[in-house]
Write a protein that binds this ligand. Sequence first.
Ligand code: FES
Length: 278
Amino acid sequence: MTDVSLGMPQLPAPDYPADVRARLEADAKEVIARYPDSRSALLPLLHLVQSEEGHVTRTGMRFCADVLGLTTAEVTAVATFYTMYRRKPSGDYQVGVCTNTLCAVMGGDAIFEELKEHLGVGNNETTEDGKVTLEHIECNAACDFAPVVMVNWEFFDNQTPDSAKRLVDDLRAGRQVTPTRGAPLCTYKETARILAGFPDERPGAVEAGGGAGPASLIGLRLARGEAAPATRVVHPRGEAPQERPQPGSEHLSSHDAPQQTSASDPEHSAGPVGEEGE
Ligand code: FES
């Protein structure tokens, strides 16, 4: 069979060198042992082979098929379905700009356009130094911090075109970069190994692990019917920290849900959302 796009024989995929295969087999054995059905280990194993080469190669898929007793077609079907598996060589840092509806209108589209020009690359392309791959990403459930940029799946909240450009400049210069919530960034290969289920052994990394940000916690409290406290919010845009008031008199931020229903709806306009039903 011939891969028409490359003009090269497609099968069989070459195997890893013996020493690499032996190392990956030992890792795979540890992963597989965590599941009652070995085929359930396919997703972490795809991360494992991605940690070896930076993307999921045909060799990596062949390895997964071999150790799990699957066909390469089955493995390929999974690897090509999920966007977290890269199919071609890419940069050390995958910079994803959320351009789904909320982030787009809050500035995500502008950030993406500015980064394209700043980096000189298009969607899913990598800078010449091999450091940064830029891509559109879908909603990552961080809409309360829109517009959001993700680097190697870590969140950078409330971004602007300028803050995003500083971010990619720091990445390309090799400066340490810490996401809004979580430990300092590591490379895509290192991230893939953590996603495969192996511990992040960098000192302090686990303790620095993310968690919900203030806006999410306020939303959670409101959803539970609790009043939210005043919250100190720091923006990366360089604005001064502000004390956010108790809900009831104004919005928690420019894009949060209103705290009161419309005055034209007297039945529901008596108090804060969090007090309804109390
Ligand atoms: S729309 Fe961007 S995180 Fe939801």
